[in-house]
Design a protein around this ligand. Structure first.
Ligand code: BTN
Length: 273
């Protein structure tokens, strides 16, 4: 028999309280577990089973948290790990990256407005402070032909995690809110703020389209107009990051002309501005 994950009693859960105070329209139901392998995997299973849009899956820790390109996502207690099941019928399969960018704006707004930190966005899915990653976003979609059945968007935020607790390869690239602020942050409160902002920005994407969000994304982005390197399965491209395309791709001008990149890892080009 497969062990079922143990959920936290909703009657006595500060996360449920924070959630019900801030999210209602799209984000409808919260399930909160102490431990899950991955909140994205759990939410995808629910998506496959026909669960309607609006399920939020939260775990205090993950044993197999996953990032882009199947990398592992360090998920000790003290971080915030949750996934949202969406059914974005307004988007085509090639536009679902817009959800990642939109979620990035919501996370950066919360960090800036509620905690006063200068959060920035690095295409496509990193939220950074001082060029160190504080949060990551992983959107995974399920399609039937040309129709988007669902998108699960997972968000991992390094909150009350001391830098010493990160694996060695991350200590120069990652940070946590606690490190930046110099004190721990109340997780349910942060989760409440995020739920409210995520709902607001998702509804804006659905009803008004990405052109109304793009200016906010550009404001948070620090690499537009700068020399960057993008590494993807198709190779390494160097150039000036020009803009975001209407589908969320990165527009790069390189010595060989304009390039439109759908995915990849972006790095600042060290020798150039
Ligand atoms: C990345 O930066 O590569 C994306 C990281 C996404 C991590 C979150 S944590 C909650 C959700 N569950 C997962 O297994 N991954 C996402």
């Amino acid at each position: 028999m497969v062990n079922q994950p143990v959920s936290v009693d909703p009657q006595n859960d500060p996360f449920q309280y924070a959630f019900s105070n801030t999210a209602r329209i799209v984000l409808q139901r919260l399930v909160h577990f102490r431990v899950l392998p991955s909140t994205n995997v759990y939410a995808k299973t629910q998506g496959e089973a026909g669960e309607p849009e609006g399920l939020v899956v939260l775990a205090d820790t993950q044993t197999a948290g996953t990032g882009r390109f199947a990398r592992s996502w360090h998920s000790p207690p003290g971080g915030l790990y949750f996934s949202i099941l969406l059914r974005p019928s307004m988007l085509t399969p090639s536009e679902t990256q817009l959800i990642t960018l939109t979620v990035g704006v919501a996370v950066a707004k919360v960090l800036q407005q509620a905690y006063g930190v200068q959060a920035t966005l690095k295409w496509p899915n990193d939220v950074q402070i001082d060029r160190r990653k504080v949060a990551g976003i992983l959107a995974e979609q399920s399609l039937t032909g040309d129709h988007v059945e669902y998108v699960v968007v997972g968000i991992g935020v390094n909150v009350n995690i001391p830098l010493d607790d990160f694996p060695e390869e991350l200590t120069s690239k990652a940070t946590s809110l606690q490190e930046v602020l110099g004190h721990p942050v109340e997780l349910p409160r942060l989760f409440g703020y995020l739920s409210g902002q995520l709902e607001y920005w998702y509804i804006r994407l659905r009803d008004k389209g990405f052109p109304t969000i793009a200016p906010h994304w550009r404001k948070f982005c620090t690499h537009l107009g700068r020399s960057v390197t993008v590494t993807s399965s198709e190779g390494i491209v160097k150039g000036i990051a020009q803009d975001i395309a209407p589908d969320g791709s990165l527009i790069l001008s390189s010595p060989t002309g304009k390039q439109i990149l759908r995915s990849g890892d972006l790095d600042y080009h060290p020798e150039l501005p």
